[in-house]
Design a protein around this ligand. Structure first.
Ligand SMILES: Cc1cc2nc3c(=O)[nH]c(=O)nc-3n(C[C@H](O)[C@H](O)[C@H](O)COP(=O)(O)OP(=O)(O)OC[C@H]3O[C@@H](n4cnc5c(N)ncnc54)[C@H](O)[C@@H]3O)c2cc1C
Length: 551
């Protein structure tokens, strides 16, 4: 049995950055349920923030981030991220990332919502693609082992310490224990809890569920970002970079309605503000077939082709609209999980030996609403930090034989799953869950809608346990992987709803018409969800405030 120095679950940007941060003499391995460059990071479009401009400063970036997150972000973490961002971007450039350039040949930066300065560095509208591929080259150069297309089903925990993972080899079949002195979770988001989402189908919150089941608390799960501009039927994202380049939002009367909601920032207000405004316009009958319009025509053909080629292609192929000629019908869609596995600013969780970084973690820098371009940045800064810290810790651990109880337990669970005689398939329960969440926990949340959702989710958890696998084989059994993923989705959904129902205020992405005001007196605090037999137990923790008092 091999014991790695460092095992990273997830090969998106956070995972790869963590791997590259470890000293080269360490034995570092990654596990990923898909080929690394198919991780959702590849889909990131608009940009990655860093205060590179002469008149910009990391302090200004930090203030925008704290304010944009409605002061729920921990300011020590925000400061670390914004201060370290410029050096991290330059390091990415040295690794070979092909950032777009300005006239002087410097890294170009575009304006993004909630940012007081053009701060998003980009590679056209394929920023994630450019960074992820470069990072993968570096990973190959370093010779890290990748367990490619392996699905992690649980953590190996002994005496409260994380000692590795149990994983299913998707290609060949078979459950295996993989030992490690330290484990970093970098498993990305959980957007597929919702029916329509900008997220890849693989974003099922697995790492959050792994940690939660092992007794590690999840933080601020109720804060789910709805991106203002997604295509109607598919939920495909149209980057904020479009508005950054100057696109307008119009209602059915042809009005730029943002002037009513955010007269100064207009289309570049924070995402929660723009999403709520769009929701309100549609609710009051000024929408068009459940959407409003995103108009790029005045940008002109050349700029669209040069700066936004991918979203043009996406809207032609998936909405039948060429933005050079017509406005694109868009509406808000589930996009990003601000919450996640609670960590320190070094990626440490409450369990020794277990670290987390990227979208699956909650450091927390985004608070109640993430600014565009800050998530890619989070994966790089905190991926690096978690990798460094986990490597240091691994040097203090002496290797020893793994306990075999964890593998045996998973084998029993697998046999039971294979034998299930229920009538439903995993996709049916997943669809039902998505509908419950999209209907009841969208941009407007009421006590009634959330109470209904909680009740239904508890039933769906039983149904998820009983799903029938049609494929009983070992080789590339996607039916089985879907059942694993479903068990994570129903667990994560419950933590979102429980946290949201308890939080009797409106803040950022969490909007309740029955409690429409932000209430700092009672609710300027983090929600922590810990698993119990009766569902999530909620406790609260203070927010770190350093230099920006809440306004
Ligand atoms: C369409 C879209 C556009 C975006 N655009 C931007 C943008 O312009 N700027 C910005 O800042 N942010 C953007 N975001 C958000 C940002 O891209 C993500 O938050 C970030 O890339 C997440 O990176 P990650 O490394 O945490 O996870 P991911 O890139 O999602 O990687 C997760 C990894 O975990 C692995 N994994 C998961 N579960 C398991 C399991 N059980 N076993 C084994 N492996 C597992 C997966 O295989 C994958 O390798 C966008 C998001 C979307 C969806």
């Amino acid at each position: 049995m091999k014991i790695h120095d460092l095992l990273i679950v997830g090969a998106g940007l956070a995972g790869m950055r963590a791997a590259l941060a470890a000293p080269p003499q360490l034995d570092v391995a990654l596990v990923s349920k898909v080929h690394p460059v198919r991780s959702h990071s590849v889909a990131a479009q608009g940009g990655i923030n860093a205060a590179l401009g002469e008149n910009d400063s990391w302090e200004a970036h930090a203030l925008d981030t704290a304010k944009g997150g409605h002061y729920l972000g921990d300011q020590d973490a925000i400061e670390a991220m914004c201060r370290e961002a410029p050096a991290d971007i330059l390091e990415l450039e040295r690794m070979g990332v092909i950032f777009s350039r300005d006239e002087q040949g410097r890294i170009a930066q575009r304006p993004f919502g909630g940012a007081g300065f053009p701060r998003a560095c980009y590679a056209a509208d394929r920023t994630g693609h450019a960074i992820l591929h470069t990072m993968y080259e570096q990973l190959m150069k370093r010779g890290c082992q990748v367990y490619e297309e392996w699905y992690v089903t649980s953590l190996i925990v002994e005496d409260g310490i994380c000692r590795g993972v149990i994983a299913w080899d998707i290609v060949r079949g078979g459950l295996h224990a993989i030992g490690a002195k330290a484990v970093v979770l970098a498993t990305g988001g959980s957007g597929r809890v919702f029916h329509t989402s900008t997220n890849a189908v693989i974003n099922t919150g697995d790492g959050m569920a792994l940690a939660y089941r092992a007794g590690v608390p999840l933080e601020d799960m109720e804060f789910v970002q709805f991106h203002p501009t997604t295509l109607k039927d598919t939920g495909i994202l149209i980057t904020e970079g479009a508005r950054g380049e100057g696109a307008y939002l119009l209602n059915t009367l042809g009005e730029r309605f943002m002037k009513k909601y955010a007269p100064e920032q207009m289309e570049l207000a924070t995402r929660s503000t723009v999403s709520l405004a769009i929701g309100q316009e549609i609710l009051e009958g000024r929408g068009i077939d459940g959407c409003v319009l995103l108009d790029l025509r005045h940008l002109g053909r050349q700029k669209i082709l040069e700066r936004l080629p991918q979203i043009r292609q996406l809207s032609v192929e998936f909405a039948g609209v060429d933005p050079i000629e017509s406005p694109i019908p868009i509406r808000p869609g589930a996009h990003y999980q601000m919450g996640g596995v609670k960590t320190t600013i070094w990626g440490e969780t409450s369990m020794p030996g277990l670290y987390a970084a990227g979208e699956c973690a909650c450091v927390s820098v985004h608070g109640a609403n993430r600014l565009g371009g800050n998530s890619l940045l989070e994966t790089i800064v905190f991926g690096r930090r978690a990798g460094q810290k986990a490597a240091e810790y691994s040097a203090t651990v002496r290797p020893r034989a793994l306990p075999d109880a964890a593998l045996k337990r998973e084998e029993v669970h697998l046999l039971r799953l294979m034998d299930n005689r229920g009538s439903e398939r995993a996709w049916q329960v997943r669809d039902a869950l998505g509908t419950v969440m999209s209907t009841n926990l969208g941009i407007f949340r009421t006590t009634q809608s959330m109470t209904d959702a909680l009740k239904e989710i508890r039933e769906l958890q039983f149904r998820a346990e009983a799903v029938r696998l049609q494929d009983k084989g070992k080789i590339f059994n996607t039916d089985l992987v879907q059942a694993f993923e479903l068990s994570c989705l129903v667990e994560i959904a419950e933590t979102i709803v429980a946290g949201a129902l308890a939080r009797e205020e409106s803040r950022g992405a969490h909007y309740r018409p029955d409690f429409p005001k932000r209430d700092d007196g009672k609710w300027l605090k983090h929600t922590l969800a810990t698993k119990t037999a009766d569902g999530p137990a909620l406790t609260y923790a203070p927010v770190a405030i350093t230099r920006f008092p809440p306004r």
